[in-house]
Design a protein around this ligand. Structure first.
Ligand SMILES: NC(=O)c1ccc[n+]([C@@H]2O[C@H](COP(=O)([O-])OP(=O)(O)OC[C@H]3O[C@@H](n4cnc5c(N)ncnc54)[C@H](OP(=O)(O)O)[C@@H]3O)[C@@H](O)[C@H]2O)c1
Length: 326
């Protein structure tokens, strides 16, 4: 089969499209014919050896995918050959076939095609977990989303609107902010041109926002934390800017603010029942037209490395889907 291979941790440009043997499912696993897979920011980190998890080499990146079960290992009860499924795999998705633990494989939700299915679980799962279980976002509260036109950012906007919140989307260009408005943001801030804190003050009558969703880090984080009001909650989601900010803790004391870490992957492992309930809620919202991944590009396997590099360089909006059959 064809697969995008990482043979050594290093530059994204070193990824190679190669012919490799088809993988065989072991006990508790299935093999899936990959119809679509999607790119997430952690793919760029994993191949460079910069992620908290390092797969054994060589490996194919690609953490989420959708396709059809074509072989079933021993002890797999809930899946059979021919099932249309979605899977979260950490790696292996940018290939024509992929082996996944059956526990990480679920039926393709009703009404979803393979492209949407491949672009759903990681971003929407993360943002729903963060807003519902970490921030306890309530209807009527105001949420500030940084990196709002990215994968988890757009999902956060849609989910917060579905939960009845007001959303201020912050991103670095007019195009990105136009997309945020299209998916439901109430207000926008171009943080490469405007002062984030001052603009939030203007938009909230100086009260500040109740919750910040921060997948970006770097210099925006402190300004966003200062833009929260009394007992504001600040969600630490990621560091796409590459810099882990160091925050003066007096900012927490002064307004009884909370700084809350979000680690979706571990939350799923620790509480699989909660994860299933979360996915049921998200599938309901999808069926009701309240949430829907924005697929901005479709690329063949041969274009996947370039797309990962563009995501790492801030040049992507929404989700890029990789189509191994194209
Ligand atoms: N904690 C968790 O459980 C969890 C789960 C999933 C993902 N994450 C993390 O969330 C972050 C976002 O993931 P994603 O898949 O949504 O990525 P994405 O689609 O690339 O979005 C990231 C956004 O960050 C902004 N950004 C600012 N400076 C950047 C820079 N120097 N390089 C790249 N982007 C920059 C960009 O928006 P602007 O250009 O508008 O600033 C971009 O749209 C990543 O750090 C990822 O590891 C965390």
């Amino acid at each position: 089969m064809k697969a995008l291979m990482c043979n050594a941790f290093g530059p994204i440009a070193d990824l190679r499209l190669e012919e490799v043997p088809d993988p065989a499912p072991g006990p508790g696993q299935v093999r899936i014919k990959v119809e679509a897979a999607s790119i997430n920011f952690p793919d760029a980190l994993i191949v460079q050896g910069l992620y908290q998890f390092k797969p054994p080499l060589p490996f194919s990146p690609g953490a989420e995918l959708a396709g059809v079960v074509e072989a079933v290992g021993e002890n797999v009860k809930h899946l059979k050959v021919g099932d249309a499924v979605i899977a979260s795999t950490m790696h292996g998705g940018f290939a024509e076939h992929c082996v996944a633990d059956a526990s990480k494989v679920a039926p393709l939700p009703p009404g979803m095609d393979f492209e949407l299915g491949a672009a759903f679980v990681l971003t929407y799962g993360t943002s729903y977990h963060a807003l519902r279980h970490c921030a306890h976002l309530k209807a009527g509260e105001t949420l500030l989303v940084l990196g709002a036109a990215g994968g988890v950012g757009l999902a956060a906007i849609e989910i917060a609107k579905a939960m009845g919140a007001r959303v201020i989307a912050a991103a670095s260009s007019a195009d990105k902010l136009a997309l945020c408005k299209k998916v439901g943001a109430d207000e926008t801030i171009n943080y490469s041109e405007e002062d984030l804190r001052r603009r939030v003050d203007e938009l909230t009558d100086k009260k500040g926002v109740e919750v910040v969703y921060d997948p970006v880090g770097g210099s925006y984080s402190e300004a966003a934390l200062r833009a929260t009001g009394w007992r504001g909650r600040f969600l630490v989601v990621g560091f796409a800017a590459g810099e882990i900010p160091k925050i003066p803790l007096n900012l927490a004391l002064l307004k009884e603010r909370s700084i809350i870490g979000v680690f979706w992957g571990d939350a799923v492992r620790r509480d699989p029942a909660q994860h299933l309930a979360n996915m049921r809620q998200l599938a309901e919202w999808f069926a009701a037209g309240k949430v829907r991944p924005v697929i901005s590009e479709r690329v063949p396997l041969s274009g996947a490395a370039d797309a990962i590099a563009r995501m790492a360089n801030r040049q992507v909006m929404g989700k890029v889907v990789v189509l191994p059959g194209a």
